[in-house]
Design a protein around this ligand. Structure first.
Ligand code: PLP
Length: 491
């Protein structure tokens, strides 16, 4: 069926806060498995759902990256893809959408978020710099180390208070940011704000916080400083601003995204998240000279400046997906799904990080399995047991997985720094699962949790010899390669 971007925004009395604004046209069959098989599988694949062959995971909430279901509008547009190398016609609609979405004049495609970050960090971050952020994502942290700069996470204090009811626990601590500029401003050339803050339980950032960061840069910088937005899920952050920040209730999420962008100099987005595609990304900026300096870097890393490592058909799909992903009805439904899952968890006594936001749901594993100490991986253990119970896949972000960074000695695999929370991330592949899937995930967690102290604590295993060898600057990537084993068998 044909629906235009404008028609998708029409007023309606259909309750899109209760039902989705779309329906299903294609279905994907899943591989049936048994509990006995799953117990065997998870053991064979090193006690980690992300390590499993994906076919054995029935509901896969390990990540929301590139796992989106595309619309009929996107699939139709893909047939119009112009696969010319230079100046593909398919760049035109995407360029226009990106300029509208970001409000920035200079835009370039890239194959995913990290290749855009790589060229931005190469241009703006120098040896010896400090790079403040509300909490760097894994890859921007790695780019810092590769530039021999130091990532500095300045997450706001509200995040560390489990009972705080703020909607904006993803904010940067602006007092600390100001102090860092006053004390070491000559070492700061780039400030990164992740909106929403993926590695801090997906918590949103307020417009006031973004505005304040701009103010601090304008008043306290000691050299040229660029303000960069890591925008992988910016529409989902905009939804929370619309609902909970005064003065935004009547604005569309697109207008809110544009206002958020208006404070930044540069943005990079992994479109594999809220861009509703399976592959893609972009960089946007205001300064023409910086744009000209980025162009040869893009060509070296991703491809010519009108395709950036993407096929013509991918450019077409992204031009459509970005606008679908910022549609208010769609975002309302995304929030509804998260609320539904959070409620299904709460009804079963499963502790979730509050507030539940638009990005996904984070479980507080230390409350679910209180018999397992923080350094023994309550998140890891609960994920494994939930997979055994129901074939569901989540990512553990507990101390075992998050506390590995010994920057003095990256080969020190024994070190575990305790994380503030023993989190499990339940990411929501967009437009893929139904309420009954989420109910099943909550039920699997519940059945897992009910085994209580029959669930084993975990310890770190020696790294497998066949794994990639990591250098000092790869320290932030350790999580992908560390391995763990339970002290005794799972029930
Ligand atoms: C996924 C992600 C990235 C990196 O994007 P890729 O497309 O995976 O390269 C950067 N920042 C955030 C916040 C992300 O979630």
């Amino acid at each position: 069926m044909r629906v235009s971007n404008e028609e998708m925004m029409s007023s309606t009395d259909i309750p899109f806060d209760k039902v989705p604004p779309y329906r299903v046209k294609v279905v994907e069959y899943t591989m049936p498995t048994t509990r006995v098989e799953r117990k065997e599988l998870i053991k064979r694949y090193n006690w980690s759902a992300p390590n499993l062959p994906a076919e054995y995971i029935y509901v896969n909430m390990c990540t929301d990256s590139g796992t989106n279901a595309m619309s009929d509008r996107q699939w139709a547009a893909m047939w119009l893809g112009d696969e010319s190398y230079f100046n593909s016609k398919s760049w035109d609609p995407l360029q226009e959408v990106l300029q509208k979405f970001t409000g920035m004049e200079y835009v370039m495609p890239c194959h995913q978020g990290r290749s855009g970050e790589a060229i931005i960090y190469e241009l703006f971050v120098n040896n010896g710099d400090l790079v403040p952020s509300n909490c760097h994502f894994t890859t921007t942290r790695a780019h810092c180390y590769y530039q021999q700069a130091e990532p500095i996470d300045l997450t706001c204090p509200e995040y560390f208070d489990e009972h705080n009811s703020s909607w904006f626990k993803g904010n940067i601590d602006t007092e600390k940011l100001k102090r860092l500029f006053i004390e070491q401003g000559d070492r700061i050339g780039l400030v990164e704000l992740v909106v929403p803050n993926n590695l801090c339980a997906g918590q949103p950032v307020s417009m006031a916080n973004i505005r304040e960061v701009r103010h601090i840069i304008d008043n306290y910088s000691r050299r040229d400083v660029v303000f960069s937005l890591d925008a992988a899920r910016i529409p989902e952050n905009a939804w929370i601003i619309k609902k909970y920040e005064a003065g935004y209730g009547d604005k569309t999420c697109l207008e809110i995204v544009q206002e958020m962008m208006s404070f930044a100099d540069v943005t990079h987005m992994s479109a594999k998240k809220a861009g509703l595609v399976n592959m893609g990304g972009f960089v946007a900026l205001r300064n023409k000279i910086d744009y000209q300096r980025l162009q040869p870097k893009l060509i070296r890393i991703d491809g010519f400046i009108t395709y950036g490592g993407l096929a013509g058909r991918d450019l077409e799909a992204l031009a459509i997906g970005l606008m679908e992903g910022v549609n208010d009805y769609y975002l309302e439904d995304k929030q509804r799904q998260c609320d539904f899952f959070a409620k299904a968890c709460k009804e079963r006594g499963i502790a979730t990080f509050n507030p539940a936001c638009t990005l996904g749901i984070w479980i507080l594993a230390e409350h679910c399995l209180p018999h397992i100490e923080k350094q023994h991986g309550p998140g890891t253990a609960l994920c494994v047991q939930a997979y055994i119970e129901g074939g569901v896949g989540f990512t553990s972000m507990d101390s075992l997985h998050r506390g590995r960074e010994d920057s003095g000695d990256p080969t020190n695999i024994q070190k575990i720094q305790l994380a503030p929370y023993e989190l499990i991330r339940c990411a929501f592949p967009r437009r893929v699962y139904m309420d009954s899937h989420y109910e099943w995930c909550a039920e699997s967690l519940y059945r897992a949790m009910n085994w209580g102290n029959k669930i084993p604590p975990y310890v770190r295993q020696k790294m497998n010899q066949l794994r990639p060898s990591l250098e000092k600057r790869d320290i932030g990537l350790r999580a992908f390669f560390d391995e763990y084993e339970p002290l005794f068998d799972h029930p």
